[in-house]
Write a protein that binds this ligand. Structure first.
Ligand code: FEO
Ligand code: CA
Ligand code: CA
Ligand code: CA
Length: 671
């Protein structure tokens, strides 16, 4: 029996990040001698030559590609320096409020956070590890709305009174003497995952307050949900819980988010594979291609909860019954999707939209909807050498009738980036790009459940961990962060992933050739993250002290076209070695036209900055701080010596929380 913990020993991955599992023979572009980066370097210093070259070859070099007209948005604040302090820093003239930390009670008469909280308490509290989010205004207001936020994972040692004094690292958890886990602890952990819907109002004092009323709601790792789209009802998702393959329980590892054109919220399921054990002799591609190996362990050992309740046993995918309807061999196939939640309808079950594909979904970002045109959205699969995807709906968008069923019929594509600056979308559909029964793809459900394998077969381009995407509301140009990839070897560099041992990551962007639903595009590299030596802005110029960054992850473009960039340097290397110069994780803002880049915010110790949204008037910016104190060593934890006490200070347990940021003069944030 292989006993392999689904964590990581790699210093540049964070605990729980997906391991590399792409063994396909797809090209790395290692045979391409002249990358686009080197072309740009050759051309830099001669703008005329660059423009002439771009026009002659239709190649989108640097500024020639950016030109959507105008100078782009102002960045009117003074950049702040990097920081290693245990605090949040914003520019002069700004104020920041930390609110709704993990464990905040959402219902009258229920307790706020305490280490001896139980599972039932957590079910009515804000979850842990805040991530992607969106502000849904009530009645169009900018001082009242529903903030919907993801809770990516947990740090069990900070959750349970039973963990006190134990030498636990950030992924560690208390176990019973026989190796099982306390069932109430496990249920509490499931409730700390998922999504929170939180009713907020800004009072005359300018501070945001939680309103405890019926709007507040939790979606957790136990909430019943529907499957929709081609995988629903297929053999792949038949379980003991759902013999007809139409439902499942819970959503996990919700990382980035999306907002549909019809006003619902989309939560992604990213690093779910680690939550499953499977002791079968052979693990088929529906799990092996996603990193599930033959093992009796899982990330938090939920399948070993004492008492063996069905809601915990399902995390062991070992076949044990006579058929799939008698066990949970298919449970992992009910995860890896985008989950649609209607924040205004507490009665509606969340829906997993399977046509958007099954992978380590970082998130989804929609292009602006156009009446009568298809709905288009983009997703990244965050693991090394995985792909970027696009979905185009079959039916056109009609504002009067649009709903999530638009996401159940259409075409999923994977991106192929060519060295000449062009690109194409490869349809992952029956009969297209080698996806035939002869090649092992029986039908559309088979393709979507096995989206990674389908993209391998189609020949998509292996990327450096695709994270968040952003769409320029004015131009429709798409930006994606590629956070890092230290496993890309010399010789595996490509035009779109130009650096071997990509320790710092980059941002790519593209423009569709024609309508947003086009199958061809032109692309460029917007930013090479790095220090003053290795970082390059959109013009190929080195980054200055106001702009150095590493591991770009969160990404969002606001209505005035400011591109907000958030970093996720792994807690295992933050403030250490080549990463020391960047300090704690941070948020910056870029002008998409000029490439100007300035640091706007730095976070406390051990955390990552992730999740960003604004009120409609753009006077309040919400940002999440995830896993402060994750850098606490096991021995320090045992001694009660936490690396961070943010946000409460003193001796407090560090907790993820949301920031509300505004200007003292009431102006637009970032302007
Ligand atoms: Fe959850 Fe890819 O960051
Ligand atoms: Ca992320
Ligand atoms: Ca992370
Ligand atoms: Ca990340």
């Amino acid at each position: 029996m292989t006993q392999q913990l689904p964590g990581t020993t790699d210093p540049v991955l964070a605990a729980g990040d997906e391991p590399q599992s792409n063994a396909s023979g797809n090209a790395y572009f290692g045979d391409i001698l002249e990358t686009r980066l080197s072309r740009r370097s050759l051309l830099r210093g001669s703008l005329a030559a660059a423009v002439a070259g771009a026009m002659a070859t239709s190649l989108p070099f640097g500024g020639a590609f950016a030109g959507q007209g105008g100078r782009g948005p102002s960045l009117g604040f003074a950049a702040i320096p990097t920081s290693s302090a245990d605090s949040v820093v914003v520019p002069e003239g700004y104020r920041v409020q930390a609110m709704i930390p993990w464990g905040t009670s959402l219902a009258e008469g229920t307790p706020d956070f305490a280490p001896d909280n139980g599972a039932d308490d957590q079910a009515q509290q804000v979850g842990s590890h805040h991530d992607g989010m969106h502000f849904f205004p009530l009645d169009g207001r900018s001082d009242e709305g529903l903030l919907v936020l993801n809770h990516e994972y947990i740090e069990p040692r900070f959750m349970h009174a039973a963990a006190a004094g134990l030498a636990l690292d950030s992924g560690g958890f208390p176990q019973l003497a026989d190796g099982s886990r306390d069932a109430d602890q496990v249920r509490r952990e499931l409730h700390a995952h998922g999504v929170s819907i939180v009713h907020l109002r800004r009072d005359d004092d300018g501070r945001w307050h939680l309103i405890k009323d019926a709007h507040n709601r939790r979606v957790t790792g136990l909430t019943p949900m529907r499957l929709a789209g081609p995988v629903a009802g297929s053999e792949h998702v038949i379980t003991r819980y759902s013999p007809d393959g139409r439902t499942t329980r819970g959503t996990l590892n919700n990382c980035a988010n999306g907002v549909t054109p019809w006003g619902t919220y989309m939560a992604s399921e990213e690093n779910w594979a680690g939550y499953f054990a499977n002791r079968a002799e052979t693990i088929d591609r529906r799990q092996a291609r996603y990193g599930i190996t033959r093992r009796d362990t899982s990330r938090y050992q939920w399948h070993k909860a004492a008492g063996g309740a069905d809601e915990f046993l399902r995390f062991d995918a070992t076949p044990r019954g006579g058929s799939a309807a008698e066990d949970y061999r298919n449970e992992p196939h009910t995860f890896g999707y985008m989950v649609e939640i209607d924040p205004f309808d507490a009665e509606a079950a969340p829906i997993k939209r399977t046509h958007l594909g099954r992978f380590a979904h970082e998130g989804v970002v929609f292009a602006p909807a156009v009446e009568g045109e298809p709905v288009v959205c983009y997703s990244g699969d965050d693991a090394r050498f995985e792909y970027i995807y696009k979905f185009v709906s079959a039916r056109p968008y009609r504002a009067a009738t649009a709903d999530g069923s638009l996401l159940d019929e259409g075409t999923l594509y994977a991106a192929k980036f060519h060295a000449d600056g062009s690109g194409e979308w490869l349809a992952l559909a029956p009969g297209e790009n080698g996806l035939t029964p002869e090649n092992g793809f029986a039908d559309l459900a088979d393709i979507l459940v096995n989206a990674r394998s389908a993209a391998d077969t189609a020949g998509a381009t292996k990327m450096d961990r695709p994270e968040w995407g952003a769409v320029d509301p004015a131009s429709g140009q798409v930006y994606f962060t590629l956070t890092n990839n230290t496993r890309r070897e010399p010789g595996q560099e490509g035009a779109a992933n130009p650096r071997a041992n990509n320790t710092f990551g980059h941002i790519i962007r593209w423009r569709e050739a024609g309508g947003q639903d086009a199958t061809r595009f032109q692309w460029d590299i917007f930013l090479l993250a790095g220090d003053r030596d290795s970082g390059r802005d959109a013009n190929g110029a080195p980054l200055d002290d106001d702009a150095i960054l590493a591991s770009p992850d969160g990404l969002w473009m606001d209505a005035e076209r400011r591109l907000w960039i958030q970093t996720d340097i792994s807690e295992s290397v933050m403030n250490d070695g080549i990463y020391e110069v960047f300090g704690n994780n941070q948020m910056l803002v870029a002008n998409p036209e000029s490439g100007e880049l300035k640091r706007f915010l730095t976070g406390p110790i051990g955390q990552e900055i992730t999740g960003v949204t604004m009120t409609p008037d753009r006077r309040t910016l919400f940002v999440n701080v995830q896993h402060p104190g994750a850098t606490t060593e096991a021995s320090a934890f045992a001694a009660g010596d936490y690396a961070s006490h943010w946000p409460d200070g003193g001796d407090a347990i560090p907790r993820s929380a949301t920031l509300a940021i505004s200007r003292e003069d009431g102006g637009i944030v970032g302007a």
